[in-house]
Design a protein around this ligand. Structure first.
Ligand code: PPS
Ligand code: ADP
Length: 182
């Protein structure tokens, strides 16, 4: 049995700011921990404070950020950890490169699109970014005046505005169980 076969894998939750990626990731982590899985959440904000300190939000910097996170996720996952990654990853080619890295290593990879519409995200506006963009204080906000390339064919798409957090976490958990990852 390979290392990957011991049950690790990466679950990338992509979606707009305030879509619910982080909230769902932590709810899922709690479920997985309860089931005895070794689990890590690679939080985007934390990563940007340390591993990606100094990177901004240009296309190039976002790509670099996503590749670094993909590298760490694969490493952890290859040692049996279920790694949850609630990070926007707005570009399809960046996400594809992360998937390819996992495929090359034989490490399971699951892409979940947290598909909350921008109208709902901007209402939630957890960090006040949508308001700041509307006020002209910032620009380059994903989904508003910066690109978000929605996954064409994710492993799972969640309408996270139409169901509760627990239901979304359960939906991902079910997929992981089907794939032998939970
Ligand atoms: N201009 C702009 N666009 C998008 N997001 C912004 C921006 N400025 C700051 N933030 C906050 O930083 C978080 C995005 O970082 P990520 O590492 O997840 O994004 S990326 O994949 O590198 O694009 C993201 O966190 P989440 O809200 O948790 O998604 C934002 O809160
Ligand atoms: N159905 C839902 N699913 C996920 N989050 C929700 C839902 N309804 C309300 N929320 C709230 O929306 C916010 C989403 O924020 P967060 O998880 O930080 O998003 P992201 O990580 O995508 O930026 C949280 O305050 C969460 O409590």
């Amino acid at each position: 049995m390979t290392e990957a076969g011991r049950g690790g894998g990466t679950v990338w939750l992509t979606g707009l700011p305030s879509a619910g990626k982080t909230t769902i990731a932590h709810a899922l982590a709690a479920r997985l921990a309860e089931a005895g899985r070794r689990t890590e959440v690679l939080d985007g904000d934390e990563i940007r404070e340390f591993l990606s300190a100094g990177l901004g939000f240009s296309r190039e910097d976002r790509h670099t950020n996503v590749q670094r996170i993909g590298f760490v996720a694969e490493l952890l996952a290859s040692h049996g950890v279920t790694v949850l990654v609630p990070v926007i990853a707005p570009y399809a080619d960046s996400r594809e490169a992360v998937r390819k890295r996992h495929e090359r290593a034989g490490t399971p990879y699951v892409e979940v699109h947290v598909a909350t519409p921008v109208e709902v995200c901007s209402e939630r506006d957890v960090k006040g970014l949508y308001a700041r963009q509307a006020a002209g204080e910032i620009s380059g906000l994903t989904g508003v005046d910066d690109p978000y390339e929605a996954p064409a064919d994710p492993d799972l798409r969640i309408a996270a505005h139409e169901q509760g957090v627990a239901e979304s976490a359960a939906a991902v958990h079910t997929l992981l169980t089907e794939r032998g990852l939970a």
